[in-house]
Each structure stands twice: as C-alpha cells, then as structure tokens.
Design a protein around this ligand. Structure first.
Ligand code: NAP
Length: 429
C-alpha cells in the first residue's frame, strides 16, 4: 500500500502545473530508486534500525529542503513576498526547524546503531542546560520570524542551530534508549512533513504527516512504558552510561552447559513448552527452524506457545514479523502480560537469542539500570534452556543473572543450527 501511495504521489507530482523542467526530477528519480532498491536488497533484516534511521534522515532533509526552497522563492522574488504571511511563516519555520534537527539527529542515531560512532551516551557537565539554552534560542528565532518573516539572517541562523541541536539531542542518548529515540525522530519527521503540507497547501501531506507524527509519538510512549522509562528521562537521562555498571546479584558462579540430547528428551516429554525469541533469533534467521521444532513437538502432543516481549529484537514488532514470515499461527503468540502467569506451569522455556528481555535483574535488583522494565519471567518455569552462541551480552551490555540460576541450562551455538539439530534429536527421542 505504501509503495502504491508513493507511486501515486510521484505521478501526481509529475503532472503538477508548476513544473518547468523534468531534468532534475528524472535525476532525482533515478538516484533515489537506485539507492532505495540497493538498500532494500542488501540491507539485512538485522540492520533495520539503522536503515530506518537513514530513511528518517532523508525524509526530514527533504522536508527541510522544500521549506528552504519555499523561503528562498519568497525572499528572492520568485513568489510574491506579500504571500509570506504570519501563518505561512509559522508553518515554514516549524517545518524547517523539525526537519533540520531530525536530519542530523537521525544521522547520529544511524552512526551509533551502525557502530560508526560510539554507542555510549556522550555526556558532559551542564549538558542539559546548554541544550535547553540552544533550543530556547532556536525557538526564539522561530517566533521572531513569525512576526518578521523577511529577517533573512535570523532565518539561516535558526536553520543552522536546528541542525546543531539535532546532533546534541541524540549524542547523550545511547544503548537501550535508542528505540525510543528512533520512534521519536520518526514522529518529528512526520510532523515536519505535515508542516510541509501546510506550506504547500497539500492536504494529503498534512493528513499523512499528522498520522505519521502522532502514531510515532504514541509508539514512543508505549515503548517507554514497555521499558519502564519516561520520555523525559530518555531525552535527558543519558541511560546508557549506567548500563556499563556491574550486573546484579547472582551473576557470580558458573553457567551450567547442557547437552543437546538431554534438552531434546526434556522437550519431547514436556506438556508445555514456551519459546521466547529475541534478537539472536533474527541474526541467526532461525524463525523457520523454530517453527519446525514447534511442529515436531505439537505432533507429539506438546502444547507450544511463544512469549513476545514488546522490545525484543531491534524494532517494534520484530519478532511478530519474523514469526509471521515462518507461518507461526498468530494464536500461538502471547504478549508479556498474557504469558507471564503461564510460566509456573511451563515445563521448558526455550530462550532463543534473547537476553535483556528475560533479565531478572530488571525485576529483582533496584540498582540495575533496567530496574522496573517488565520482563518475560522465564525463571519461574520448571526448566529454562538458553540458546546463544557464547557469553555475549545483550543490547544493554548488562550481565544476566538468569544464566547463572540452577533452573537454567545453556545450549551454546548459532540459534538456527542448534534448533535444526534439536528437530532431529526430538524426532529420535
Ligand atoms: P539482546 O538483549 O540484544 O540479546 C541478544 C542475544 O542474542 C545476545 O546476548 C547474543 O548472545 C545472542 N545472539 C546473537 N546472535 C546469535 C545467534 N546467531 N544465535 C544465537 N544467539 C545469538 O536481545 P533481546 O533480549 O531481544 O532484547 C532486545 C534489546 O534490544 C533490548 O535491550 C531492547 O531495548 C533493545 N532494542 C529494541 C528495539 C526494538 O524496538 N525492539 C530496538 C533497538 C534496541 P551471544 O553473543 O552469546 O550469542
């Protein structure tokens, strides 16, 4: 539907009466299509957050450029200056401010997620005060421009400050708060597009931008709730710096490694098995293998369910998308609140490449940086099996006491390979 919508928008644009030359449009079309197709084909599913960050940057930059071009047209005689009234200037200023800060903010988010920039938050003393001061000056110039739209220098200063503010806004945010920032930036890009709609008198852009802006904002709030964080805290709390703190109690001792055959027997003779997928399932592309294992177990009369954490993986709905791709029935997917009461009656909880979303420290250790984040309480099951490659940490970089609990057995290896081997072993159990 989105592709069809974009096609309609492009055709509509090409037929617009204001077009004087098609040259640059064709150049843009070719360049954009080439870049878009290449990204679509080559960017792996696991790099989706970075890809999304780039899309936000492009979208917001386009909105900012349209705004700058409009302003230039009015102030350089291409359009009647008298038409640049207070309302139009308010929409233009809003578009350019949000568009510019989202462009640089998204580029920084891309850099952090891709590992080009350090993922840790960059913090210094007086940061919040400095950022607030910068924002105040930028918004002050914006308000001034509404009353004096022809003030060209303040316009370009506002533009420059908004670009700088985007960098400073995202630099102090890191680690586990990145998903919220991404959805906030998505929201800003949408609102910038809506403002572009006001500037151009384009109703579709106003509606689509507003939808995007507000759904992104609601999503940010929902994600904050899923991680027990407030938006205010995400923007001004520098969460990731605490994430380097030591793990909570119970991280001493040995992890207990278990054999594949033993697990296969446990699974084959269980009544109820709950799979808990995480980011590792996505990197390993193990969704088909887990579905296969589930089918084998179901054929043996085992009840199979999947526990889905709202921030498992690297993007909202990541696990749902992957499991749907492997035709896992939707009725078997259970949200956190639904599945948690079921763990005490679960024989085996199989954690597949998940780490942070099953970290009991969030529940038990008030000093943990993720304290209060709702988790999937797999440790309440009769037995827990964790499928991961080694001692790697999760996105937050924290140690996970679950792996040291007596109830937990570790089965090392790539999730897809391990699951495939388990399918065979369960069949022969
Ligand atoms: P996680 O905490 O990032 O842990 C993933 C685990 O998977 C790692 O400990 C890693 O251990 C293992 N792994 C990696 N590759 C594997 C493979 N090929 N086979 C088997 N295991 C593999 O994942 P999560 O529990 O899903 O938690 C998600 C985290 O990402 C949360 O902190 C969340 O806030 C954050 N986040 C979420 C979103 C979102 O919107 N969903 C977006 C961005 C960030 P080994 O290295 O030992 O294998």
């Amino acid at each position: 539907m989105a592709e069809f919508g974009m096609l309609m928008a492009i055709i509509g644009t090409l037929m617009h009466f204001e077009i004087v030359s098609y040259t640059w449009i064709i150049v843009g079309l070719l360049l954009g299509s080439t870049l878009g197709a290449a990204m679509g084909v080559w960017v792996p599913m696991t790099a989706m957050p970075q890809r999304t960050a780039l899309s936000h940057a492009f979208g917001a930059f386009a909105a900012a450029l349209v705004g700058i071009a409009e302003y230039y047209s009015y102030t350089h005689g291409f359009k009647p200056l008298a038409d640049l009234d207070h309302v139009k200037m308010a929409a233009l200023g809003f578009e350019i401010m949000l568009g510019s800060l989202t462009t640089t903010g998204s580029l920084i988010a891309f850099g952090k997620l891709q590992g080009i920039l350090p993922g840790q938050p960059l913090v210094y003393r007086g940061q919040n005060i400095f950022n607030m001061a910068l924002l105040t000056v930028t918004v002050g110039l914006f308000v001034y421009l509404i009353f004096v739209p022809t003030a060209i220098i303040p316009f370009y200063v506002m533009l420059g400050l908004a670009f700088v503010f985007g960098v400073l806004l995202v630099m102090p945010i890191g680690s586990a708060d990145m998903p919220v920032v991404m959805s906030l930036l998505n929201s800003y890009a949408g609102l910038a597009a809506a403002a572009t709609g006001f500037v151009l008198g384009n109703n579709v852009l106003i509606i689509a931008g507003t939808l995007d802006g507000f759904s992104g904002f609601i999503l940010s709030i929902l994600m904050c709730r899923a991680m027990n964080r407030s938006i205010w805290n995400v923007l001004f709390g520098a969460f990731g710096s605490a994430a380097t703190a030591a793990g909570g109690e119970g991280t001493q001792g040995e992890m207990r490694e278990v054999g594949l055959e033993d697990i296969a027997v446990q699974l084959a003779y269980a009544n109820k098995v709950v799979f808990v997928p995480g980011y590792g399932l996505a990197t390993a592309q193990a969704q088909h293998a887990v579905r296969e294992l589930a089918s084998v177990l179901e054929n043996r009369g085992v009840t199979v369910k999947y526990g889905i954490h709202p921030v498992a993986g690297r993007m909202p709905g990541h696990m749902n998308v992957l499991l749907a791709e492997a035709n896992v029935p939707y009725s078997q997917l259970y949200e956190l609140e639904q599945i948690n009461p079921e763990f005490p009656t679960t024989d085996v909880a199989v954690v597949i490449g998940a780490n942070d979303v099953v970290n009991p420290d969030a529940r038990d250790n008030p000093n943990s940086p993720i304290a209060g984040m709702p988790i999937l309480e797999v440790d309440h099951s009769k037995s827990v099996v964790v499928l991961k490659r080694g001692q790697g940490k999760g996105f937050s970089g924290l140690e996970n006491p679950l792996f040291f609990k007596p109830v937990t057995g570790m089965l090392y290896g790539d999730a897809k390979e391990t699951l495939t081997k388990l399918v065979g072993a369960v069949q022969h159990a």
